[in-house]
Design a protein around this ligand. Structure first.
Ligand code: SF4
Length: 641
């Protein structure tokens, strides 16, 4: 057995470990962040249970930290009080980015983690099966119900050789993206094997599993070995360690091999994480901003390496450089160990431990200016600047660019490479974690006026006749559908208000047209809904009346979110039919209930007088969810039965 199947087998509640078969797995831990968490907890509350039923649930605040109005402050207070009541650990604003803190303080090898954030797979770096999902799926897991997915294929990535100087985990995952693209991991769990694994530090592994999300993979996982044991021991958690590896004769559905000896510094060019080239191919491009941080590369090792490279040097006068420690632990340690002073002395701007510029909360680059970031995503406009030019690279490459003011292969700097080892002991101070009392029944949940009830979907009508309100191409991300950023994020608990921003970057008239149209449809290309796990990208369109989305293919989490909110996720049986539909066309789908059973719909294009076939390959459970008008309706009706 491979490692993936071992963990899945130990958590299997229904189905078979055969690719494509729907499996239900037991979830040990959950995590949420504030952008998705308020909605997840409102949904959990709507289920009427007295307490979460997981081994551990943690609620983080990291996405939206600015308190420019009452909305965020209210949301943070709601999250803390709801956690106290229902048995959820609360990580206070300032304690750090969820994936950094979770790996430090909570992740356990061989357990399962479901998180309402697409980079939840980060904790796969220590042998945990960690999956990103929509908030409602996480709420359901907190209620002790299984999490359902089609059994993915397992892609074995055999690593040989050892990382060369100036190369890091970032280059391993950028090489994966170069080869497989942002669609290459779809329907797959990526499992790292081979002799090269042992040479990768825990930090490198976390960077690799983190950006497995950009491959579209369900998750990524490393063995739990001596490196893992040392990491957990350094976190004071050696008791959480268990050894875990694939059997020596394990088989995989597919395999890839990467020779670490031949890897060189890489960068993802604007504006997709798979637009990867060797750094030297774009060397000389002028750079105006450099940002080190995000859940991908903001560990102690990342920041200490950056600080040592900057020690006694100066950030180029044309470059604004920001550094974000990934957690309070990292922050305290770089201060204690003197690296903080190096960063400041060199001219860096230090941001608080949070997602910050990664989610467009400040530090938008100037018009047409190149920003080089250690982050994981560079979709157009995500930075907050519409025509941004964001390159993704390792902290080492970021520092090289910051020193010279242009994209620079660090091997040409004339500086000796630096490798900072994982500390033998991390500084442990959990005073920004608020643990729940044993009994929360007397605790009052505090809600501000920004927190509105969760809207519920409606069961589908027998026939859907509706206009195509928007026609889109390939690789539409959840950032296109439901943008984040400082204006939008404070409205995450208020669906009527946030719905006004749906498709804002694509077509600002969409909300108004949707409200006028009543039921409506959206048509898209392949990999529709890639990117974040935010369920608002399904919930807010549902609120505006979108009843079906017809595309060439879906990103996994977004498809699940559409189903959870009762939106029909249809795919063109013949992708060429995408060309035959235009925005404004009136489409008609008859026999919805029958189509849900057969999986096939004949779609009449009333405007063009043509027909085409669309498919919905739904499991029995997914069919029931859509017929109920969404998962929350289904759960509520089951509770009253
Ligand atoms: Fe936060 Fe960016 Fe990581 Fe998302 S990808 S959790 S926004 S740091």
């Amino acid at each position: 057995m491979n490692l993936t199947c071992k963990i899945l087998q130990a958590h299997l509640m229904s189905g078979e470990l055969r690719p494509g078969c729907e499996i239900g797995i037991r979830i040990d831990q959950t995590l949420t962040q504030d952008a998705t968490g308020t909605m997840a907890y409102l949904q959990f509350e709507a289920m009427g249970l007295p307490r979460v039923r997981t081994k551990l649930s943690v609620s983080y605040v990291d996405h939206n930290m600015l308190q420019t109005g009452f909305e965020n402050a209210d949301d943070h207070r709601y999250l803390q009080s709801v956690g106290q009541k229902y048995g959820i650990v609360f990580s206070r604003p300032g304690n750090g980015i969820c994936h950094q803190v979770h790996r430090e303080r909570f992740a356990v090898p061989a357990q399962t983690l479901l998180g309402s954030d697409s980079h939840t797979p980060t904790c796969g770096g220590l042998g945990m099966l960690a999956i990103g999902a929509g908030g409602l799926d996480v709420a359901v897991a907190m209620a002790g119900e299984p999490y359902f997915i089609p059994m993915p294929k397992v892609l074995g990535v055999r690593l040989t050789g050892t990382l060369q100087p100036w190369c890091s985990g970032k280059d391993v995952i950028l090489e994966m993206l170069r080869r497989l693209t942002v669609k290459g991991g779809t329907g797959r769990i990526v499992e790292y094997t081979g002799p090269g694994v042992a040479s990768l530090s825990a930090s490198h592994r976390f960077t690799i599993t983190n950006m497995g999300a950009e491959l579209g993979a369900t998750t990524s996982v490393f063995p739990s070995d001596e490196v893992t044991r040392r990491f957990l021991a350094a976190q004071g958690r050696e008791a959480d360690w268990v050894p875990l590896a694939a059997d020596p004769d394990a088989t995989y559905d597919e395999t890839v091999e990467i020779d670490l000896d031949t890897l060189e510094p890489l960068t993802a060019c604007p504006s997709s994480p798979d637009n990867v080239v060797g750094v030297r191919a774009v060397a000389g491009t002028p750079v105006v901003q450099v940002c080190i941080g995000s859940c991908t590369n903001s560990s102690y090792e990342d920041l200490a390496t950056a600080a040592l490279l900057l020690r006694g040097r100066r950030v180029h006068p044309n470059v604004s450089m920001t550094v974000t420690p990934g957690s309070k632990q990292v922050f305290e340690m770089i201060v204690r160990d003197g690296y903080f002073a190096d960063l400041i002395a060199a001219g860096c701007r230090i941001l608080e431990s949070a997602c910050g510029p990664c989610i467009g909360m400040g530090q938008a680059p100037p018009t047409g200016g190149v920003s080089v970031r250690s982050f994981n995503r560079n979709f157009k406009g995500r930075s907050g600047t519409a025509d941004d030019l964001v390159y993704l690279a390792s902290p080492e490459v970021c520092v090289a660019c910051a020193l010279t003011g242009e994209i620079t292969d660090p091997r040409t700097l004339g500086i000796d490479p630096i490798a900072v080892a994982t500390p033998g002991q991390f500084l442990i101070n959990d005073n920004m974690l608020v643990f729940p009392p044993a009994d929360g029944k007397d605790i009052e949940v505090l809600r501000g006026p920004n927190i509105k009830p969760v809207p519920l979907g409606e069961p589908p009508a027998a026939t859907l006749e509706a206009p195509v309100l928007l026609k889109l191409g390939d690789n539409i991300s959840t950032d296109h559908i439901m943008p984040a950023g400082a204006k939008v994020l404070p409205l995450r608990s208020n669906i009527p208000a946030i719905a006004e921003f749906v498709f804002m970057r694509v077509d600002p008239t969409f909300p108004e047209r949707a409200r006028a149209a009543g039921p409506s449809l959206v048509v898209g290309g392949s990999n529709y809904g890639q990117g974040s796990s935010r369920e608002h990208a399904a919930l807010a369109p549902m609120y505006l009346g979108v009843r079906a989305v017809i595309v060439k293919s879906f990103a996994r989490i977004h498809r699940a979110n559409l189903i959870n909110f009762g939106i029909l996720p249809l795919t063109f049986a013949d992708e060429a039919d995408h060309d035959g539909v235009d925005q404004g066309d009136q489409l008609r789908l008859e026999g919805i209930a029958e189509g849900l059973t057969t999986g096939h719909f004949t779609v009449a294009n009333l405007t063009k007088g043509t027909n085409f076939r669309a498919d919905a390959q739904l499991t029995e459970r997914e069919r029931e969810v859509i017929l109920a008008g969404g998962l929350l309706n289904k759960i509520k009706s089951e509770q009253t039965e």
